[in-house]
Ligand binder design. Structure first.
Ligand code: GSH
Length: 330
């Protein structure tokens, strides 16, 4: 992480913990919003008007938080509007690094996506943070939403980024855009917010709490949370609805998907969330498949990056062996 703008050695993603050994995630520091007219959004300052070609996303394919921004970018038809840089799957001694071996599957047919940082010419992601704040203290995390015009970080909180991408560009006229898709419709705000809250604590962050627990108690607490929510989601989907809140794809589905798609290949093994695989839950597996096959989504999922990235976390897997299985059938 960075301390007063200098790279400090504690680079593995073992973050803070509480007194009972629970994993505690750091909060994000840049919270501005892209809006249709450039007015300030719910947090941060104004000046970030929606404009084609002005913004860039820095992501890691291994990262569920970054991947959800890629999903919304794809679903809303924003691939020509927002360019992307993907970091290497394995954290370097200085955190996320650019320019590793590219593999042909990455990005699918998305030509607006690269493995280097041709925009700012950095070798490490942390240099982007110190470019805008030479005294920055904190973890240099992905995703980062970057403004090419003002040369600043707009936002590094994926929850904000997916919310703003859902509506900020809808007024622009381009046939590539998909303004008809509303992942956060007015009549479902409450249902989405309350489901999101549970998805975050029990599932998205729940698997990390299990994986990075430093006490048996904290691990089991997180494990119970993960599987009680998975059981509940399996039950919810058993009535034949396509998505968690009914007929309509919402933000909650995006949030659920990024964890479910990593579950069998990473969290089941590395994070010890091993009561069962998603593949053993028929409704959840069909749901996963349904979202995976939506236009543009498969290109946001790179199983090689996911496996290599997670199993390179030395604190959890010192020898760095990447398991061969399980087979994925998506
Ligand atoms: N709140 C952030 C969390 C992002 C996050 O934790 N990203 C991880 C990758 S999955 C990261 O970049 N970790 C690097 C580090 O902690 O040094 C968000 O959702 O945008």
């Amino acid at each position: 992480m960075l301390v007063n703008g200098q790279w400090a050695e504690a680079w593995q993603p073992v973050q803070a913990q509480d007194k009972q050994g629970r994993f505690v995630r750091q909060s994000s520091s840049f919270r501005n919003w892209i809006t249709p007219d450039g007015k300030a959004g719910p947090t941060g300052e104004g000046g970030f008007k929606a404009e084609a070609g002005r913004y860039h996303l820095y992501v890691a394919y291994i990262c569920p938080w970054a991947s959800r921004t890629l999903m919304v970018r794809a679903l809303k038809g924003l691939t020509d509007f927002i360019s992307v840089s993907v970091v290497n799957p394995v954290l370097s001694e200085q955190g996320w690094q650019f320019g590793g071996a590219s593999d042909s599957k990455v990005g699918g047919d998305d030509t607006n996506l690269e493995h280097g940082d041709s925009l700012n010419g950095h070798k490490y992601l942390h240099q982007l943070y110190t470019q805008v704040d030479p005294q920055f203290t904190g973890r240099a995390t992905v995703p980062v939403l970057w403004d090419k015009q003002r040369q600043v970080i707009v936002n590094n909180e994926s929850a904000d980024i997916i919310r703003m991408l859902n509506s900020a560009c809808d007024h622009l006229t381009d046939s590539a855009l998909n303004p008809a898709l509303d992942l956060y419709p007015q009549d479902l705000h409450q249902a989405i917010d309350s489901l999101n809250e549970r998805l975050y604590h029990q599932l998205n962050n729940g698997v990390y709490k299990a994986g990075f627990a430093t006490s048996q108690f904290a691990y089991e607490e997180a494990y119970q949370g993960v599987f009680s929510l998975l059981d509940e989601l399996e039950q919810t989907l058993s009535d034949g609805r396509p998505y968690l809140l009914g007929e309509q794809l919402t933000e909650s589905d995006i949030r659920a998907f990024v964890t479910l798609v990593r579950f069998d290949v990473a969290y089941y093994g590395l994070f010890k969330c091993n009561r069962e695989l998603i593949a053993q839950k028929p409704h959840l597996q069909a749901y996963l498949q349904r979202i995976y096959t939506l236009d543009g989504i498969a290109a946001t999922v790179n199983f090689e990056h996911i496996k290599q990235g997670y199993y390179s976390i030395k604190a959890l897997n010192p020898a760095g062996i990447v398991p061969v299985g399980p087979q994925v059938s998506l």
